[in-house]
Design a protein around this ligand. Sequence first.
Ligand SMILES: Cc1cc2nc3c(=O)[nH]c(=O)nc-3n(C[C@H](O)[C@H](O)[C@H](O)COP(=O)(O)OP(=O)(O)OC[C@H]3O[C@@H](n4cnc5c(N)ncnc54)[C@H](O)[C@@H]3O)c2cc1C
Length: 475
Amino acid sequence: MTSSTVARTPAPATPDTPLRTWGGTHSWQPARRVAPRDEGELGTVVAGAAADGLRVRAMGAGHSFTAAAVTDGVHVGLDHLSGIEAVTPQADGTSLVTVRAGTRLHHLNRLLAALGLAMRNLGDIDRQSVAGAISTGTHGTGARLGGLATQVRGVRVVGADGVVRSASDAAAPGSPERELFEVARLGLGVAGVLSAVTLEVVPAFWLRAQEEPWPLDRVLEGLDEYVDGNDHAEFYWFPGTRRALTKRNNRATADEVEGWAAGRAGARGVVRTAGARARALLDEEVLSNGVFEVANRLAFAAPGIVPRLNAVSARALGAKTYLAPSADVFVTRRRVRFVEMEYALPRAALRPVLDDLDAWLRASGEPVPFPVEVRFAAADDVWLSTAHGRETAYVAVHQYAPMPYQRYFSAAEQIFAAAGGRPHWGKMHTRTAEYLADHYPLADVARVRAAVDPDGVFRNDYTDTVLGTADSSTD
Ligand SMILES: Cc1cc2nc3c(=O)[nH]c(=O)nc-3n(C[C@H](O)[C@H](O)[C@H](O)COP(=O)(O)OP(=O)(O)OC[C@H]3O[C@@H](n4cnc5c(N)ncnc54)[C@H](O)[C@@H]3O)c2cc1C
């Protein structure tokens, strides 16, 4: 069953209440629900389900907007498989950290901080599970950085026979182990249920966050400098305006962090910033939370006022600079329920795509009280990564959950697809394997699936749609 208009906070799931996604885009009732307490029990329940002829789907935090986690078979909840198993320091200063697959990112961030470690890059929330986040290609921003799956060095994955297999990037290219690794680290769960993930993490670091409203044209005219000149650059553009909120996060120097701790001006003139951090939290209210909820309710009741609301929001957000531990800067709170579509574009296509989107929004008068979010990533070599083989700009369109989104998303998707866009695997889209085969090595993925899951235990309707069935050639 699919619903696009439910916006309430989900009630805790009991065996009788349907499962549902965070955005209210899908709800479903699996045949069986299991929550194994450890890896051994996970193997037993997966093998038992397969023996009963049922399909198996793990779910993390249910934060995908697509039907990626939906199943009419066995739903595997992984909340008990949480925490760090092992930490191995590397000669280059990084560490390999093996994490149980159900660990939520906010929990992981706390555990890493206690060890003096941190994820190199993160998305903009931390509610997801590690396995769910990597399986859909969750990413943050940074022209020299990849998404979370690029930080994965190894996996343990439970097959339909209940056997736990390890696979890592140390295996020889082209070997069965290496290919299993490729599909397991970003593959919507089609290689089996991940029980543990080994991540490469870095020593803990602080970021200097600079947030400033700019004219959109200033961002676009100096785009390369803006994107390449910062560790993590992104911006939010307010539809119907030519204004953007820019966000640039760069590693803080030791001097700056010391200056923060001592309560004096930092080496680069960054003043003690408790006020700025408070201002940032206030702006989160305008952009993502309480004030934003009120604005969206007004927009829902009177769509005609959206252009004025956007103009006010674009001006209400102030300039600020603050220092904070990396995870605190990367992550924001998102209390307003929305639906989202995001496409990965060749970076060079960003400007014409935004021009087309702007033209459509102006011509249609579509009320869109959410800013358009633009982020960046380096090219990578992960088979199913949306940044596979090309420097990428991500453009995300959102709509307040109770408001109609279909016309807006459909127009945006046509613009994105015409520019060679690739949809985020966890966000709304209508692409199928036929389109996606031009962007990904789907025949290689099918070969691996046929080898590790010949009976299709780990398929669901969504994977059939976007990857094809393991025995179907998409070439
Ligand atoms: C408010 C909000 C903010 C977001 N921000 C970002 C962002 O900044 N950047 C970004 O890229 N995305 C973002 N997303 C999308 C989100 O990161 C992805 O959809 C992610 O997959 C959600 O993680 P999850 O743990 O909820 O996974 P789920 O949605 O529960 O599952 C996702 C997929 O992973 C599979 N899976 C889960 N656990 C396992 C396992 N143990 N083994 C095998 N397969 C498994 C599921 O079967 C499913 O196919 C956001 C989503 C929301 C709702």
